[in-house]
Design a protein. Structure first.
Length: 248
């Protein structure tokens, strides 16, 4: 049977989701835990890659298994073989042809940053730290220009390889809580480093380096050097991946 897992992880100690030669990946550790749990060598297919240092609140992962372990007990069984920074939250059976990546209808990411006189050791690895406090109202105004369907090539880092850079952003909310600012963005898909560059662009608006009214022209230009910086990976979280059956 094909199983869909929802997995939470702190990405600080990993080279990213995808198995790589240069470090330990979340995919590799999860596959090892499933092998120890079921006795089967299974390939873990994620809904998408997260880079080194990026976290997930609910990454979606599918794999095939013949295990007799009940689905409601499977997360507990797998977690017994995982380090504390990775946890399986749930498991459900899906159709044999289901694909965690290609069947995703919607994804939501969070980006967390804070501004303070001194960086906080307790936020290290979990938030991005910025010295200059951005104007949240200016960033919210700029965010309205990002909504909708656009060619988001301007927000794609070098190294991205996709057939089309057209994506639809359905929601972008910015919340402020004391020193902390959280960006929550939802769309039908995202380009390589798109969220981190998008937040970096909004941050530049917030500190006066880019005018909010210039965002539509910047997007149309497709020129990466006109957008903001790529924000650090530690502030990024994959919050949610939705499929057709999540809407039932």
């Amino acid at each position: 049977m094909r199983v869909l897992l929802r997995v939470e992880y702190k990405g600080t100690d990993y080279c990213g989701w995808q198995r790589q030669k240069n470090g330990l990946s979340v995919q590799e550790v999860l596959a090892r835990a499933v092998l120890e749990t079921t006795g089967e060598a299974s390939v873990m297919h994620g809904s998408g890659r997260t880079d080194a240092g990026v976290h997930a609140i609910a990454q979606a992962v599918h794999f095939d298994t013949h295990t007799s372990i009940p689905l409601d007990k499977l997360p507990i069984a797998i977690n017994a073989h995982l380090p504390a920074n990775i946890r399986v939250l749930s498991a459900r059976e899906v159709e044999p042809g289901f694909n965690a990546r290609f069947d995703a209808k919607q994804k939501t990411y969070l980006y967390k940053l804070y501004s303070a006189p001194v960086s906080s050791p307790l936020r290290e690895g979990l938030f991005a730290f910025v010295h200059k406090r951005p104007d949240v109202d200016k960033m919210r105004k700029a965010a309205t220009y990002v909504l909708g369907e656009h060619d988001f090539k301007v927000f794609q880092a070098a190294g991205g390889h996709v057939k089309t850079t057209v994506r639809t952003v359905t929601a972008l909310e910015i919340k402020e809580n004391g020193e902390e600012i959280t960006f929550e963005v939802t769309g039908n898909g995202f380009l390589y480093n798109m969220v981190r560059i998008m937040v970096g662009t909004l941050y530049y608006v917030g500190i006066g380096k880019i005018n909010a009214e210039d965002i539509p022209d910047i997007i149309l230009s497709g020129k990466r050097d006109r957008a903001g910086k790529t924000m650090p990976p530690e502030g990024l979280y994959l919050k949610e991946v939705k499929y057709a059956f999540d809407e039932d």
